[in-house]
Design a protein around this ligand. Sequence first.
Ligand code: FAD
Length: 374
Amino acid sequence: MAAHGDVVSHAAGVRRRLDFDVIVVGAGIMGSCAAHAAACRGARVLLLERFDLLHHLGSSHGHSRTIRDAYPKARYPPMVRLARRLWGDAQADAGYRVLTPSPHLSMGPRSNAALLAAVENGGAAEVDMGGRWGGGVFRVPDGWVTAVSELGGGVLDATKAVAMFQALAVKKGAVVRDNKEVVGIVNKDGGGAGVWVTTSDGEEFHAAKCIVTVGAWTSKLVRSVAGLELPIQPLHMLTLYWKIKPGHERELTAAAGFPTFSSYGDPHVYSTPSLELPGLIKINYDGGPPCDPNSRDWVSGGGDAADRVARWIEEFMPGHVVTVGGPVVRQSCMYSMTPDKDFVIDFLGGEFGRDVVLGVGFWTLKVLPELHVH
Ligand SMILES: Cc1cc2nc3c(=O)[nH]c(=O)nc-3n(C[C@H](O)[C@H](O)[C@H](O)COP(=O)(O)OP(=O)(O)OC[C@H]3O[C@@H](n4cnc5c(N)ncnc54)[C@H](O)[C@@H]3O)c2cc1C
């Protein structure tokens, strides 16, 4: 007997396959988590990825990502707390760690309303910076708030986490295929009979439901399959690693308790402690120019992020981080930005009714999509 996912016929040049309950399109962190969540609920799941698994062309590659509960919007911290529990469950199942706990430092001008809301929502306590992290790491201007959440923060290893959820999904019976670009998603017979998903190499798959988690490619795919214009703008971001000044390497490590931090104001800068690349620390600018995910400028893309961060370091961490020569490592990445900056988990609607779910517009906040399969 054929298992689900096996080729069963070659009619009319289209290779047909047996049915799935759910097809997930896009195997970044969101699609991999969604596939895992659906498989854990007993669904027969197919996860399709356009490029090689764990590629570096989307948004979920590389190492350090911040998880924190200090968000300006009050609806996020409860989601983060749920996500942390689910990260813990997944790590226990996998038998290895992708989340390194750390404190989170929020700082910025006392006049910054977003900062004050994040501090309150995250339950952060204002601290005297003189006594933290050996003292004198940060030069904070007068009139700035500095507040630390001791719990709820941490560093997620991005690529390792994607690999973990794909492995866990497969362990629960999911089928994962890479180099499968989805080019068509259709409801036949007026809906109600499920969804047919086709790939650029001529394969067709059928499932009751489809989850679309294609990150920066969302607008393109939704426009081509549903004729809808979604205002989701890809932004070209840079991940920047800077050399730590000799003698301070250990001080800025996660092992020494150095925090993830967000510095509100202009420029908005954020950082994770030195972890995956000893002697270097990731400090990024939270912004970047609009881009086309299919034709990014890999040489000059990302705007003036490095210059902005260098100026910030010279003002705020001059004794600890080297700016001469610029960042030691630059990695390209994309945010998928909605107009209100909130992500979207919703039905596509229209002819697809409740058969196609979008999980899109993620640029921060690692929430495991809790997509229920009916
Ligand atoms: C520089 C940077 C720093 C960040 N820092 C943080 C942080 O500190 N904390 C945090 O929580 N978040 C952070 N983020 C955001 C986080 O990384 C993203 O929210 C997350 O990775 C988005 O995942 P995704 O699965 O939606 O998108 P992606 O990872 O891009 O996955 C989408 C996948 O869909 C595939 N795909 C596209 N089209 C098709 C198709 N037609 N058929 C099949 N597959 C297709 C793509 O190849 C890709 O693999 C950061 C992002 C960047 C860029």
